[in-house]
Design a protein around this ligand. Structure first.
Ligand SMILES: [Zn+2]
Ligand SMILES: [Zn+2]
Length: 140
C-alpha cells in the first residue's frame, strides 16, 4: 500500500493521516493473521525507533471506533486486530494457536428470532483443533 492510498482510506474513515497510521494500516492489510499489539510493536519497532505500545494501542482503538479495523477479544489478555471488517467467523486452534477466518454465506439476518431486531455487529467465535493439527495427530 502506498502512502497516498493509505491517506485516502484514512480520510474516508475521518481519520487524520500520519506516518504511524500509514504504517499500521499497511501492516494490517498485509498480515491477515490477527496480530496483537505486541506483535505489531515487535514488527514495526525497527522501522520506527520512537514507537511505543501506547501509541499503537491508541491508534488501533481509533481505527476500531471508525470501523476501519475489527477488534477480536479472545479473552482479557488476548486482544487482536483484523483489517477485514466483513462479518466472518473466527476459529482458534487450541493446538497451534492460529486464528482462521471462516467466510460463509449464511445470512444471519434471515434468522426468524431476529425479526424486529437491528443487528449492528455479529461476532462469531469457534474453538477447536484445525485440519492441519488433526492431520498431524493422525500421522503420529
Ligand atoms: Zn492448529
Ligand atoms: Zn478475521
Amino acid at each position: 500500500m502506498t502512502y497516498s492510498e493509505a491517506e485516502e482510506i484514512l480520510r474516508k474513515h475521518n481519520i487524520k493521516p500520519s506516518l504511524l497510521r500509514y504504517k499500521l494500516i499497511n501492516y494490517l492489510s498485509q498480515h491477515y493473521t490477527h496480530p496483537t499489539i505486541d506483535t505489531i510493536y515487535r514488527e514495526l519497532k525497527p522501522e520506527i525507533p520512537t514507537l511505543s505500545k501506547t501509541s499503537i494501542y491508541n491508534n488501533l482503538y481509533l481505527f476500531v471506533e471508525k470501523n476501519l479495523v475489527q477488534i477480536l477479544k479472545i479473552d482479557e489478555k488476548e486482544i487482536r486486530f483484523d483489517y477485514d471488517t466483513t462479518p466472518h467467523i473466527h476459529f482458534k486452534c487450541e493446538k497451534c494457536g492460529k486464528i482462521y477466518d471462516i467466510h460463509t454465506n449464511i445470512e444471519f439476518h434471515d434468522i426468524k428470532q431476529l425479526d424486529g431486531f437491528t443487528v449492528n455487529q455479529t461476532i462469531l467465535f469457534m474453538k477447536g483443533v484445525c485440519a492441519k493439527c488433526n492431520e498431524k495427530e493422525k500421522k503420529n
